[in-house]
Design a protein around this ligand. Structure first.
Ligand SMILES: Nc1ncnc2c1ncn2[C@@H]1O[C@H](COP(=O)(O)OP(=O)(O)OP(=O)(O)O)[C@@H](O)[C@H]1O
Length: 717
């Protein structure tokens, strides 16, 4: 049976997974090939063991079985040494003399010189022989120059005796060397088997959550485990039911914080549930519930998110539910000055540092800054490490930042003054709508005995666990209330098509448009604004370059902006409840597409995602859709429908051109201004330096005079 190798589990340490000498940069496919090669080598080595021979002088050899032979009357114990050890030991322990064939390695077993046929070379030889064999089979009857017929048959056909003899010899050798010869075809078969990727059990057999937010929810009143103040707050926030993900994950986290948690380390949780299904509350509620009875404030929860907007959003949710508790929430996001953030996180009282927060929400970059610069920031009491949008976080910078943070936690624990204090076990909670089953990403977090919660792709998947494995092997589940549409348009008329859809679409009150770049976002926002002039529709842009993005976001939330054009900076996690339409102006990859369209149809509300696709991108787009695009409906758009906007479009393009030229001019002038200022500064600096030099020179002379006077004065005595 082919040996099973688990990928991505905790048991599969990176060394086992990537193979010897391979760095973690290898891709899973490379890793699979490596595994196949390693396993085939192992088999070849095993086969090579059978060919080991002992030779002492020229004595008569006696069969020892398993291909071992020893001279008669030699009393010795044969040690079993692995071929690798032998090969590595050979040059150091017993140098091979020049006359010795290179393919043979030597070592001493109980003081007796042994010869070991290098298994790798032998395997290559065998492969060559096999190839020759097969060639021979194919060219049966074809005469080769090296094989001169020794005799001719009665019918005049040449008889290839030599070849037959060789083949016979080989067959005998095969018998002698037991499985060693048969190892070649077996290895090839094994390669074919081993290349198959095997998911660890926790990934292959996840715990399923219902996708239906209505049918799968549970009434808040019938849910046990949450304090009255939390339930009150939930009701105040108009939460009457707990969504399926909350129904399942909250009790799991609460249970892992039970009395046994100080003795047994709780298992880490991975939650993959669709966008807008309430993942945030699924961790906020149990964490607040667990920590609310703490006595001393220390950082016990660390929530990491990829962007500032998400940090603010999650920080606000924590603040809402911590209201009736003594818990303090802090954030490290980089929106305010470092010193201000530091003052909010740590307090220095009579030379001792005290944490001012119990829950810290941060971006990894800002947290790293605080770990370097904020004295007294202590993670030794950390109980929960939450990674929201975990797949994105772990993919960023190869997930290296994660090692730094884990290192900091370990260091802080080691530095703890009172080592007798029981250190709380650290539990990792990973959340995302597209939580990858790719072990390459998950390996950055050393998950402890992990458990995966995921949503079945379909009702069939819910009934049949095996069908649901599609969920963890790359198919991302969308909210049940989401409608996907697409329209095939030419590149040149894309803005016009979008304008037409905005004008003609009833109920398109709040639309979020995604493009693939900052520049495209800017240009499209300007063009749409020009096209919407006089219609009362407010168009704005939200891109990573925009300084006013927080203001823009709140205006969009309040309904003051109707159409918001954005790059993928807004694709993940941002929760604006009333977005009724998401437009994907440019085609993108499946995971990003799922997050983009997930900005609508949130928390059980209906929503539509519309994609503008050009013909060349149609194939790529279909790949991003679920079920090969069966779930998406195609809209048609004729040229006649766009004709009425022709003049408007021409004018808008002219306006856009003017605006871009104006911007370019402003930018140029700004650069000139900056350049002039720099030049001026440089001149001022040079002048200042000259003055300084002159002053130094004078002072130096005076010094010298003073010194000389002193000297004279001293000499007088
Ligand atoms: N039980 C509930 N009842 C009603 N609304 C809820 C409930 N739970 C969460 N919500 C609301 O659903 C919305 C989406 O929740 P949340 O942002 O947690 O989704 P998510 O699963 O994290 O989505 P994403 O993957 O896009 O980040 C929020 O506005 C939240 O207030």
């Amino acid at each position: 049976m082919a040996p099973m190798v688990m990928l991505g589990s905790r048991d599969a340490t990176p060394r086992r997974y990537w193979g010897e000498g391979q760095g973690p940069t290898a891709s899973p496919s490379q890793a699979s090939l490596l595994l196949a090669r390693i396993n085939s080598r192992a088999r070849e080595r095993k086969a090579g063991m059978g060919q080991r021979r002992l030779s002492v002088g020229l004595g008569e050899e006696q069969e020892l079985g398993e291909g071992l032979s020893t001279p008669k009357h030699t009393n010795m114990v044969v040690q079993s040494v692995t071929p690798r050890e032998q090969i590595e030991a050979t040059p150091k322990d017993h140098p091979v003399d020049a006359a010795t064939p290179v393919t043979k390695a030597e070592l001493r077993v109980n003081g007796v010189r042994t010869e070991e046929t290098s298994p790798d070379i032998e395997a290559m030889k065998k492969k060559k022989r096999k190839k020759k064999d097969s060639e021979g089979e194919e060219s049966k009857g074809v005469l080769e120059t090296s094989e001169i017929p020794e005799s001719v048959g009665e019918d005049g056909t040449p008889i290839i005796k030599k070849k037959k003899k060789r083949k016979k010899d080989r067959e005998e050798l095969q018998m002698d060397d037991e499985e060693s010869q048969s190892a070649i075809p077996e290895t090839e078969m094994a390669e074919a088997e081993l290349v198959q990727r095997t998911l660890p059990h926790w990934l292959a057999k996840p715990t399923l959550i219902s996708r239906d937010l209505v049918a799968g929810s549970t009434p808040l009143d019938s849910f046990c485990g949450l304090d009255a103040c939390l339930v009150e707050e939930l009701k105040f926030q108009k939460v009457q039911q707990l969504f399926p993900v909350q129904k399942v994950v909250i009790p799991e986290i609460l249970a892992s914080a039970g009395p046994l948690s100080c003795r047994y380390r709780p298992r880490d949780l991975c939650v993959a549930a669709p966008t807008g299904s309430g993942k945030t509350l699924a961790y906020v509620l149990p964490l607040v519930q667990t920590l609310k009875s703490r006595t001393v404030p220390r950082i016990r929860v660390l929530v990491l998110l990829p962007v500032q907007e998400l940090v603010n959003q999650v920080y606000n949710v924590f603040c809402t539910y911590c209201k009736g508790t003594p818990l303090h929430v802090g954030k490290a996001v980089g929106l305010t000055a470092m010193s201000k953030e530091q003052a909010n996180l740590v307090e220095n009282h009579l030379g001792c540092y005290h944490s001012l927060v119990d829950i810290l929400v941060a971006t990894p970059g800002r947290l790293a800054d605080h770990l370097r610069m904020t004295q007294g920031l202590d993670l030794s009491a950390l109980r929960y490490l939450v990674l929201d949008e975990a797949d994105r976080m772990l993919a960023a910078e190869g997930g290296d930042w994660m090692h730094h943070i884990e290192r900091a936690i370990v260091d802080h624990r080691a530095r703890q003054e009172n080592q007798l204090l029981l250190q709380p076990p650290l539990q990792r909670l990973l959340f995302s709508a597209t939580l990858s089953s790719d072990p390459e990403h998950l390996q950055h977090v050393a998950l402890h005995h992990p458990k995966l919660y995921t949503v079945a792709a379909s009702a069939a998947g819910e009934a049949d666990r095996d069908k649901s494995t599609a969920v963890v092997t790359g198919q991302f589940v969308r909210p049940a209330e989401l409608r996907e549409e697409f329209v095939v348009v030419e590149e040149e008329v894309k803005p016009l098509a979008l304008h037409h859809l905005l004008v003609s679409g009833k109920g398109r009150h709040r639309v979020l448009v995604f493009t693939n770049s900052i520049k495209a976002t800017h240009n499209l926002a300007l063009l749409l604004a020009a096209l919407s002039e006089g219609s009362g529709r407010v168009v704005a842009e939200f891109s990573s370059k925009s300084r006013k993005r927080h203001q823009v976001l709140s205006q969009f939330r309040e309904g003051k902006i109707h159409v918001l054009v954005s790059s993928d900076a807004m694709a993940r996690g941002v929760d604006i409840p009333d977005i009724d339409h998401v437009v994907c102006y440019d085609v993108t990859v499946a995971s990003t597409y799922v997050h983009r369209i997930g900005r609508t149809a949130r928390a059980g509300r209906p929503g539509t995602a519309l994609s503008l696709v050009t013909k060349p991108m149609l194939r790529e787009f279909r790949r991003a859709l679920s079920d090969e695009g069966k779930g998406a409906s195609q809209l048609t758009l004729s040229h006649e429908e766009l004709e009425p906007y022709e003049q408007q479009y021409i004018d808008a393009l002219a306006t856009l051109k003017k605006m871009l030229e104006e911007e370019e001019r402003e930018k140029h002038q700004k650069q000139i201004h900056i350049g002039k200022r720099k030049q001026l500064n440089r001149r001022q600096r040079v002048r200042k330096q000259k003055k300084q030099k002159l002053a130094d020179k004078r002072r130096g002379m005076r010094k010298f005079t003073v010194n000389a006077n002193n000297l004279r004065h001293h000499n007088e005595y």
